[in-house]
Design a protein. Structure first.
Lengths: 141, 82, 141, 82
């Protein structure tokens, strides 16, 4: 349920993998490669991960969600490698009895992924590529 | 003793290598290792990155042990657009 | 993009139908028939709609979202009829450049659907069925 | 003049019919129609529902016209679990 992979991401089996009879709500987030960045045409993206650590951090996000919302059924899949425009780079699925916690936990998971999970992307334009860097973390852990 | 240093994203490209084996003295800290690395790679002086030791975020004061894997972690940017 | 239907709901083509090159974020909500309600085993659900009005109200929710978040790419599909446990009754998809407005607009759409869209469900247990009624609207429109 | 009244969910089951053609006087309001209907269906007196006229929420004061479609709208409960 917590994976960094080079393979294409298909949300449907991921949803089926977390869904239980007690659930009424499933919130899915798809991160998709945009064709534009800062007004410039994007050709494709290169995603790179520190895989062993990234998967460990994805599991940690799942644990944080369990503690905060008592929500257990969470999946986080991040694809890496060269990804074309329109392709799904990230799938986050949260299934829960009710929609409030499903929305909150899914949004939290994406925010948290962008803070602590060692994955990077390079936007490639016609005239070259640029590594995107997020906000530096304020304090070191 | 020896530690393995891993570089990612811009630092991988900058250093021209994904990883490097580095010989250091017993009890070397993360900070001391970085100082040594920056002789070869001056850009490592800017400190716009975090450090992980054995796949966990670490402090500059952390002492290293033989065989440790030290990673340079620039600000992460996974997911969708910034 | 705004439909009340008896046919099974498949999120994948609905997502493809709203996705554009400018989008980086797609949030999908699935409402699923729960196997339990108030500690009782649910056999199945019966959903009923005032179809013409319900579709009109779904379109209105789309308009409200466009006004609030400048988000245009929204789909709302509600299935009606007899639905077994685990079956998807509702699919809401919002695609947007960034995740903040996609999450907010999708959550809003589900909340709003449960306020103004004339669709009802009957929970059917071993010993009979009960029409579920939401909160009465505080003021009439 | 004639209006069509539509019943849904519990009211459809209660009245045993999905819709009914009702003869009313010219200028009858929604409230007056409901009063007339409640003679046959006393449960319609409780007013735990809204009214739509021609697929739009309406007030009790709204005057009806020939051919209008009036719907009894109990509190909606679409989507997932309550």
């Amino acid at each position: 349920m917590f994976k960094v992979t080079e393979a294409p991401l298909d949300p449907q089996p991921i949803v089926q993998g977390v869904l239980k009879e007690s659930h009424g709500a499933v919130v899915t987030f798809l991160g998709v490669v945009r064709g534009w960045s800062g007004g410039r045409r994007v050709l494709y993206m290169e995603y790179e991960a520190y895989k062993e650590m990234a998967e460990k951090k994805l599991v940690e996000i799942g644990q944080e969600i369990r503690q905060r919302w008592q929500v257990e059924d969470v999946a986080l899949y991040h694809r890496v490698g060269r990804l074309e425009v329109g392709v799904t780079s990230l799938v986050v699925v949260v299934a829960a009895p009710h929609r409030g916690e499903a929305f909150a936990a899914c949004h939290y998971a994406v925010d948290r992924l962008k803070e602590i999970v060692p994955i990077w992307k390079k936007e490639v334009f016609e005239d070259g590529g640029v590594w995107v860097e997020g906000e530096p973390m304020l304090e070191e852990k | 003793m020896q530690v393995k240093v891993r570089f990612f994203a811009r630092y991988r490209e900058m250093t021209g290598q994904g990883e490097s084996a580095v010989e250091v003295e017993e009890g070397t800290t993360v900070a001391q290792l970085l100082k040594k690395l920056s002789l070869g790679f001056p850009e490592l002086d800017n400190r716009h990155f975090l450090i992980a030791v054995n796949a966990e975020y670490a402090t500059l004061e952390q002492p290293l042990r033989h065989g440790d894997e030290v990673a340079i972690i620039p600000p992460v940017s996974g997911g969708e657009g910034v």
